[in-house]
Design a protein around this ligand. Structure first.
Ligand code: KG4
Ligand code: ZN
Length: 339
Protein backbone atom coordinates (compact mmCIF):
# COMPACT_ATOMS: atom_id res chain seq x y z
CA UNK A 1 0.00 0.00 0.00
CA UNK A 2 1.17 3.47 -0.86
CA UNK A 3 1.12 5.50 2.33
CA UNK A 4 1.84 8.75 0.54
CA UNK A 5 -1.42 8.36 -1.39
CA UNK A 6 -3.68 11.27 -0.48
CA UNK A 7 -7.48 11.18 -0.73
CA UNK A 8 -9.92 14.07 -0.39
CA UNK A 9 -13.16 12.74 1.14
CA UNK A 10 -16.49 14.55 0.76
CA UNK A 11 -19.70 13.65 2.62
CA UNK A 12 -23.02 15.45 2.10
CA UNK A 13 -25.64 12.69 2.26
CA UNK A 14 -27.82 14.17 4.98
CA UNK A 15 -27.34 17.24 7.17
CA UNK A 16 -23.57 17.23 7.80
CA UNK A 17 -21.07 18.60 5.33
CA UNK A 18 -17.89 16.64 5.98
CA UNK A 19 -14.56 17.14 4.24
CA UNK A 20 -11.40 15.24 5.10
CA UNK A 21 -7.91 14.68 3.77
CA UNK A 22 -6.54 11.20 4.40
CA UNK A 23 -3.06 9.85 3.80
CA UNK A 24 -3.00 6.13 3.04
CA UNK A 25 -5.74 4.14 4.79
CA UNK A 26 -5.94 5.96 8.10
CA UNK A 27 -3.67 8.94 8.62
CA UNK A 28 -6.02 11.89 9.05
CA UNK A 29 -4.45 15.11 7.77
CA UNK A 30 -7.66 17.14 7.99
CA UNK A 31 -11.17 16.44 9.24
CA UNK A 32 -13.73 19.24 9.06
CA UNK A 33 -17.43 19.19 9.63
CA UNK A 34 -20.13 21.78 9.17
CA UNK A 35 -23.16 20.53 11.07
CA UNK A 36 -26.66 21.79 10.27
CA UNK A 37 -28.20 20.49 13.50
CA UNK A 38 -29.02 24.02 14.74
CA UNK A 39 -30.62 24.94 11.41
CA UNK A 40 -32.97 21.94 11.40
CA UNK A 41 -33.67 21.83 15.15
CA UNK A 42 -36.66 24.24 15.03
CA UNK A 43 -38.36 21.86 12.56
CA UNK A 44 -37.75 18.72 14.66
CA UNK A 45 -35.98 16.95 11.81
CA UNK A 46 -34.01 17.45 8.60
CA UNK A 47 -35.70 19.64 5.96
CA UNK A 48 -34.25 18.31 2.68
CA UNK A 49 -34.35 21.50 0.55
CA UNK A 50 -32.83 23.52 3.34
CA UNK A 51 -30.12 20.89 3.79
CA UNK A 52 -28.96 21.09 0.19
CA UNK A 53 -28.80 24.89 0.33
CA UNK A 54 -26.65 24.68 3.45
CA UNK A 55 -24.34 22.11 1.82
CA UNK A 56 -23.93 24.44 -1.14
CA UNK A 57 -22.86 27.29 1.14
CA UNK A 58 -20.48 25.12 3.14
CA UNK A 59 -18.80 22.82 0.65
CA UNK A 60 -16.15 24.93 -1.11
CA UNK A 61 -15.02 26.92 1.94
CA UNK A 62 -14.73 23.61 3.80
CA UNK A 63 -12.65 22.01 1.03
CA UNK A 64 -10.39 25.05 1.02
CA UNK A 65 -10.00 24.94 4.81
CA UNK A 66 -9.34 21.18 4.82
CA UNK A 67 -6.61 21.50 2.19
CA UNK A 68 -5.04 24.29 4.19
CA UNK A 69 -5.18 22.24 7.37
CA UNK A 70 -3.56 19.31 5.57
CA UNK A 71 -0.77 21.57 4.26
CA UNK A 72 -1.76 21.01 0.64
CA UNK A 73 -0.90 23.99 -1.54
CA UNK A 74 -1.21 22.43 -4.97
CA UNK A 75 -4.15 19.98 -4.92
CA UNK A 76 -3.73 18.99 -8.57
CA UNK A 77 -0.23 17.73 -7.80
CA UNK A 78 -0.53 16.63 -4.19
CA UNK A 79 -3.91 14.88 -4.15
CA UNK A 80 -4.31 11.41 -5.69
CA UNK A 81 -8.06 10.78 -5.46
CA UNK A 82 -11.39 12.41 -4.69
CA UNK A 83 -13.90 10.21 -2.85
CA UNK A 84 -17.48 11.36 -2.49
CA UNK A 85 -20.65 9.89 -1.03
CA UNK A 86 -22.93 9.00 -3.96
CA UNK A 87 -25.75 7.38 -1.91
CA UNK A 88 -27.83 6.41 -0.10
CA UNK A 89 -29.15 9.70 1.28
CA UNK A 90 -31.16 12.76 0.37
CA UNK A 91 -31.03 13.45 -3.37
CA UNK A 92 -30.56 17.21 -3.06
CA UNK A 93 -27.83 16.82 -0.45
CA UNK A 94 -25.98 14.10 -2.36
CA UNK A 95 -26.08 16.19 -5.53
CA UNK A 96 -24.12 19.03 -3.96
CA UNK A 97 -21.27 16.77 -2.86
CA UNK A 98 -21.15 14.83 -6.12
CA UNK A 99 -21.25 17.98 -8.29
CA UNK A 100 -18.52 19.63 -6.22
CA UNK A 101 -16.37 16.48 -6.35
CA UNK A 102 -16.79 16.15 -10.12
CA UNK A 103 -15.95 19.82 -10.71
CA UNK A 104 -12.81 19.52 -8.58
CA UNK A 105 -11.81 16.21 -10.19
CA UNK A 106 -12.10 17.75 -13.62
CA UNK A 107 -10.28 20.95 -12.69
CA UNK A 108 -7.44 19.08 -10.96
CA UNK A 109 -7.46 16.11 -13.36
CA UNK A 110 -7.86 13.59 -10.56
CA UNK A 111 -9.65 10.25 -10.44
CA UNK A 112 -12.98 10.21 -8.63
CA UNK A 113 -14.75 7.43 -6.76
CA UNK A 114 -18.39 7.40 -5.66
CA UNK A 115 -18.62 5.83 -2.20
CA UNK A 116 -21.60 4.09 -0.64
CA UNK A 117 -22.39 5.93 2.61
CA UNK A 118 -22.91 2.64 4.47
CA UNK A 119 -19.54 1.35 3.34
CA UNK A 120 -18.17 4.61 4.71
CA UNK A 121 -19.73 3.87 8.11
CA UNK A 122 -18.07 0.43 8.09
CA UNK A 123 -14.69 2.02 7.32
CA UNK A 124 -15.06 4.45 10.23
CA UNK A 125 -13.94 1.53 12.37
CA UNK A 126 -10.64 1.16 10.57
CA UNK A 127 -9.26 4.57 11.40
CA UNK A 128 -8.46 3.66 15.00
CA UNK A 129 -8.62 -0.13 14.74
CA UNK A 130 -6.23 -1.16 11.95
CA UNK A 131 -6.33 -4.70 13.30
CA UNK A 132 -9.98 -5.08 12.24
CA UNK A 133 -9.72 -7.75 9.57
CA UNK A 134 -12.73 -9.34 7.83
CA UNK A 135 -14.72 -11.43 8.19
CA UNK A 136 -16.74 -9.47 10.74
CA UNK A 137 -20.30 -8.34 11.36
CA UNK A 138 -21.17 -4.66 11.32
CA UNK A 139 -24.24 -3.19 12.96
CA UNK A 140 -24.97 0.05 11.12
CA UNK A 141 -27.41 2.16 13.12
CA UNK A 142 -28.17 5.74 12.22
CA UNK A 143 -31.02 8.13 11.57
CA UNK A 144 -31.63 6.50 8.21
CA UNK A 145 -30.41 2.92 8.62
CA UNK A 146 -30.61 -0.07 10.92
CA UNK A 147 -28.94 -3.11 9.47
CA UNK A 148 -26.51 -5.92 10.10
CA UNK A 149 -24.02 -6.50 7.33
CA UNK A 150 -21.50 -9.30 7.06
CA UNK A 151 -18.17 -8.01 5.77
CA UNK A 152 -16.62 -11.08 4.11
CA UNK A 153 -13.73 -8.99 2.88
CA UNK A 154 -13.43 -5.29 2.17
CA UNK A 155 -15.62 -4.73 -0.87
CA UNK A 156 -17.60 -7.93 -0.27
CA UNK A 157 -20.75 -7.36 1.77
CA UNK A 158 -23.80 -9.43 2.58
CA UNK A 159 -26.85 -7.79 4.11
CA UNK A 160 -28.10 -10.11 6.85
CA UNK A 161 -31.08 -8.03 7.92
CA UNK A 162 -32.49 -4.54 8.16
CA UNK A 163 -35.42 -2.52 9.48
CA UNK A 164 -38.80 -2.94 7.89
CA UNK A 165 -39.95 0.54 8.93
CA UNK A 166 -38.27 3.24 11.05
CA UNK A 167 -34.52 3.30 11.67
CA UNK A 168 -33.39 3.20 15.31
CA UNK A 169 -32.11 6.80 15.21
CA UNK A 170 -35.35 7.91 13.60
CA UNK A 171 -37.27 6.35 16.52
CA UNK A 172 -35.04 8.25 18.97
CA UNK A 173 -35.69 11.48 17.07
CA UNK A 174 -39.47 10.94 16.89
CA UNK A 175 -39.81 9.99 20.55
CA UNK A 176 -37.73 13.03 21.56
CA UNK A 177 -39.96 15.25 19.44
CA UNK A 178 -43.05 13.82 21.14
CA UNK A 179 -41.53 14.43 24.57
CA UNK A 180 -40.55 17.99 23.61
CA UNK A 181 -36.86 17.24 24.03
CA UNK A 182 -35.66 18.72 20.73
CA UNK A 183 -33.60 17.44 17.81
CA UNK A 184 -31.60 15.25 17.44
CA UNK A 185 -33.25 12.94 19.94
CA UNK A 186 -30.50 10.37 20.48
CA UNK A 187 -28.09 12.33 22.65
CA UNK A 188 -30.77 13.89 24.87
CA UNK A 189 -32.68 10.63 25.44
CA UNK A 190 -29.38 8.86 26.14
CA UNK A 191 -28.52 11.54 28.72
CA UNK A 192 -31.92 11.48 30.43
CA UNK A 193 -32.04 7.68 30.43
CA UNK A 194 -29.08 7.69 32.83
CA UNK A 195 -31.27 9.35 35.48
CA UNK A 196 -34.34 7.20 34.85
CA UNK A 197 -35.53 3.72 35.77
CA UNK A 198 -35.42 1.43 32.71
CA UNK A 199 -37.95 -0.94 34.33
CA UNK A 200 -40.61 1.66 35.09
CA UNK A 201 -42.45 1.03 31.81
CA UNK A 202 -42.52 -2.17 29.86
CA UNK A 203 -42.27 -1.14 26.22
CA UNK A 204 -42.23 -3.89 23.58
CA UNK A 205 -38.81 -4.97 22.35
CA UNK A 206 -39.16 -4.73 18.57
CA UNK A 207 -39.27 -8.11 16.74
CA UNK A 208 -38.03 -9.85 19.88
CA UNK A 209 -39.80 -13.12 19.09
CA UNK A 210 -38.77 -13.28 15.45
CA UNK A 211 -35.88 -15.59 14.84
CA UNK A 212 -34.91 -13.91 11.58
CA UNK A 213 -32.81 -10.76 11.51
CA UNK A 214 -35.31 -8.00 11.01
CA UNK A 215 -35.82 -4.78 12.93
CA UNK A 216 -38.95 -2.72 13.41
CA UNK A 217 -39.16 0.47 15.44
CA UNK A 218 -42.58 1.86 14.61
CA UNK A 219 -44.37 -0.30 17.23
CA UNK A 220 -42.04 0.81 19.99
CA UNK A 221 -42.49 4.45 18.99
CA UNK A 222 -46.28 4.03 19.00
CA UNK A 223 -46.21 2.34 22.42
CA UNK A 224 -44.36 5.35 23.85
CA UNK A 225 -46.81 7.75 22.19
CA UNK A 226 -49.83 5.94 23.70
CA UNK A 227 -48.23 5.78 27.14
CA UNK A 228 -47.51 9.51 27.14
CA UNK A 229 -50.98 10.40 25.77
CA UNK A 230 -52.62 8.29 28.43
CA UNK A 231 -50.71 10.00 31.24
CA UNK A 232 -51.40 13.45 29.85
CA UNK A 233 -55.13 12.69 29.54
CA UNK A 234 -55.23 11.42 33.11
CA UNK A 235 -53.42 14.52 34.35
CA UNK A 236 -50.38 12.54 35.49
CA UNK A 237 -47.03 14.29 35.18
CA UNK A 238 -44.95 12.45 32.55
CA UNK A 239 -41.77 11.10 34.16
CA UNK A 240 -39.50 12.00 31.24
CA UNK A 241 -36.36 10.31 32.51
CA UNK A 242 -38.16 7.03 33.21
CA UNK A 243 -39.82 7.08 29.78
CA UNK A 244 -36.43 7.72 28.17
CA UNK A 245 -34.76 4.93 30.17
CA UNK A 246 -37.50 2.40 29.38
CA UNK A 247 -37.56 3.34 25.70
CA UNK A 248 -33.78 3.10 25.49
CA UNK A 249 -33.80 -0.31 27.16
CA UNK A 250 -36.21 -1.69 24.55
CA UNK A 251 -34.46 0.03 21.63
CA UNK A 252 -31.03 -1.29 22.61
CA UNK A 253 -32.29 -4.78 23.58
CA UNK A 254 -33.67 -5.13 20.05
CA UNK A 255 -30.29 -4.31 18.50
CA UNK A 256 -28.36 -6.66 20.79
CA UNK A 257 -30.79 -9.56 20.40
CA UNK A 258 -30.53 -9.43 16.59
CA UNK A 259 -26.76 -9.22 16.78
CA UNK A 260 -26.84 -12.35 18.92
CA UNK A 261 -28.84 -14.14 16.22
CA UNK A 262 -26.38 -12.95 13.55
CA UNK A 263 -23.43 -14.21 15.59
CA UNK A 264 -25.11 -17.60 16.09
CA UNK A 265 -26.03 -17.83 12.43
CA UNK A 266 -22.62 -16.99 11.01
CA UNK A 267 -20.31 -18.16 13.79
CA UNK A 268 -18.55 -14.80 13.47
CA UNK A 269 -17.86 -13.24 16.87
CA UNK A 270 -16.04 -10.18 15.59
CA UNK A 271 -18.58 -7.35 15.76
CA UNK A 272 -18.18 -3.73 14.69
CA UNK A 273 -20.56 -0.88 15.33
CA UNK A 274 -21.16 2.24 13.29
CA UNK A 275 -23.55 5.09 12.52
CA UNK A 276 -24.86 7.86 14.74
CA UNK A 277 -26.65 5.55 17.18
CA UNK A 278 -23.30 3.85 17.84
CA UNK A 279 -22.70 6.89 20.06
CA UNK A 280 -25.34 5.50 22.43
CA UNK A 281 -23.88 4.80 25.85
CA UNK A 282 -26.13 1.83 26.68
CA UNK A 283 -25.44 0.16 23.34
CA UNK A 284 -21.70 0.67 23.70
CA UNK A 285 -21.75 -0.61 27.29
CA UNK A 286 -23.86 -3.69 26.51
CA UNK A 287 -21.66 -4.61 23.58
CA UNK A 288 -18.45 -4.19 25.53
CA UNK A 289 -19.83 -6.57 28.18
CA UNK A 290 -20.49 -9.32 25.64
CA UNK A 291 -18.47 -12.35 26.65
CA UNK A 292 -16.66 -14.12 23.82
CA UNK A 293 -17.20 -11.30 21.32
CA UNK A 294 -14.45 -9.17 19.84
CA UNK A 295 -16.12 -5.76 19.71
CA UNK A 296 -14.98 -2.70 17.72
CA UNK A 297 -16.52 0.71 18.30
CA UNK A 298 -15.29 3.88 16.57
CA UNK A 299 -14.62 7.06 18.55
CA UNK A 300 -17.73 9.24 18.85
CA UNK A 301 -16.71 11.69 16.12
CA UNK A 302 -16.40 8.84 13.58
CA UNK A 303 -19.78 7.33 14.54
CA UNK A 304 -21.76 10.23 13.11
CA UNK A 305 -21.34 11.30 9.48
CA UNK A 306 -17.90 12.57 8.53
CA UNK A 307 -15.56 12.94 5.54
CA UNK A 308 -12.83 10.69 6.96
CA UNK A 309 -14.88 7.50 6.64
CA UNK A 310 -15.70 8.35 3.01
CA UNK A 311 -12.04 9.00 2.19
CA UNK A 312 -11.10 5.70 3.90
CA UNK A 313 -13.69 3.66 1.98
CA UNK A 314 -12.78 5.46 -1.27
CA UNK A 315 -9.08 4.79 -0.82
CA UNK A 316 -9.72 1.11 -0.16
CA UNK A 317 -12.03 0.80 -3.17
CA UNK A 318 -9.52 2.53 -5.45
CA UNK A 319 -6.78 0.14 -4.30
CA UNK A 320 -9.09 -2.71 -5.34
CA UNK A 321 -9.50 -1.16 -8.78
CA UNK A 322 -12.87 0.53 -8.29
CA UNK A 323 -13.17 3.95 -9.90
CA UNK A 324 -15.96 6.22 -11.16
CA UNK A 325 -15.92 8.86 -13.87
CA UNK A 326 -17.44 12.25 -14.53
CA UNK A 327 -20.78 10.61 -15.36
CA UNK A 328 -21.09 9.71 -11.67
CA UNK A 329 -24.56 10.58 -10.43
CA UNK A 330 -26.06 10.15 -6.95
CA UNK A 331 -28.33 7.24 -6.12
CA UNK A 332 -30.49 8.12 -3.07
CA UNK A 333 -31.40 4.47 -2.48
CA UNK A 334 -28.08 2.81 -3.35
CA UNK A 335 -27.92 -0.58 -1.60
CA UNK A 336 -24.59 -1.70 -0.24
CA UNK A 337 -23.51 -4.55 -2.47
CA UNK A 338 -20.17 -6.10 -3.23
CA UNK A 339 -17.86 -4.49 -5.75
O1 KG4 B 1 -25.04 8.60 11.21
P1 KG4 B 1 -25.77 9.86 11.54
O2 KG4 B 1 -24.96 11.06 11.95
O3 KG4 B 1 -26.63 10.36 10.34
C1 KG4 B 1 -27.33 9.49 9.53
O4 KG4 B 1 -26.71 8.92 8.57
O5 KG4 B 1 -28.53 9.29 9.85
O6 KG4 B 1 -26.85 9.49 12.67
C2 KG4 B 1 -27.71 10.44 13.26
C3 KG4 B 1 -28.66 9.72 14.21
C4 KG4 B 1 -29.79 10.60 14.75
O7 KG4 B 1 -31.02 9.93 14.58
C5 KG4 B 1 -29.45 10.76 16.23
O8 KG4 B 1 -30.58 10.93 17.06
C6 KG4 B 1 -28.74 9.45 16.52
O9 KG4 B 1 -27.96 9.22 15.35
N1 KG4 B 1 -27.88 9.53 17.71
C7 KG4 B 1 -28.06 8.78 18.81
C8 KG4 B 1 -27.09 9.18 19.76
N2 KG4 B 1 -26.33 10.17 19.18
C9 KG4 B 1 -26.82 10.36 17.92
N3 KG4 B 1 -28.98 7.83 19.09
C10 KG4 B 1 -28.93 7.25 20.30
N4 KG4 B 1 -28.04 7.61 21.27
C11 KG4 B 1 -27.10 8.55 21.02
N5 KG4 B 1 -26.23 8.88 21.98
ZN1 ZN C 1 -24.69 8.16 8.30
Amino acid sequence: MNNKFITLGIETSCDDTGVAVLQGQREVLADLLSSQIKDHAPFGGVVPEFASRKHLEAILPLVKAALKQAGINNPAKELDLIAVTAGPGLMGSLLIGVMAAKALAQAWELPIIGVNHLEGHIFANLIRSPQLEPPFLCLIVSGGHTEITMVRSYGDYILLGETRDDAAGEAYDKVAKLLGLGYPGGPVIDRRAKDGDPDSFSFPVPMKNHKEIVFSYSGLKTAVIWQVKDMVERGIEVPLNDICASFQKAAVDALISKLEIAVDLTGITKVALSGGVAANSALRQNLRNKKGWDVFIPPLSYCTDNGVMIAAAGYSGFQRGVVSDLYLSPDPSWRLTSR
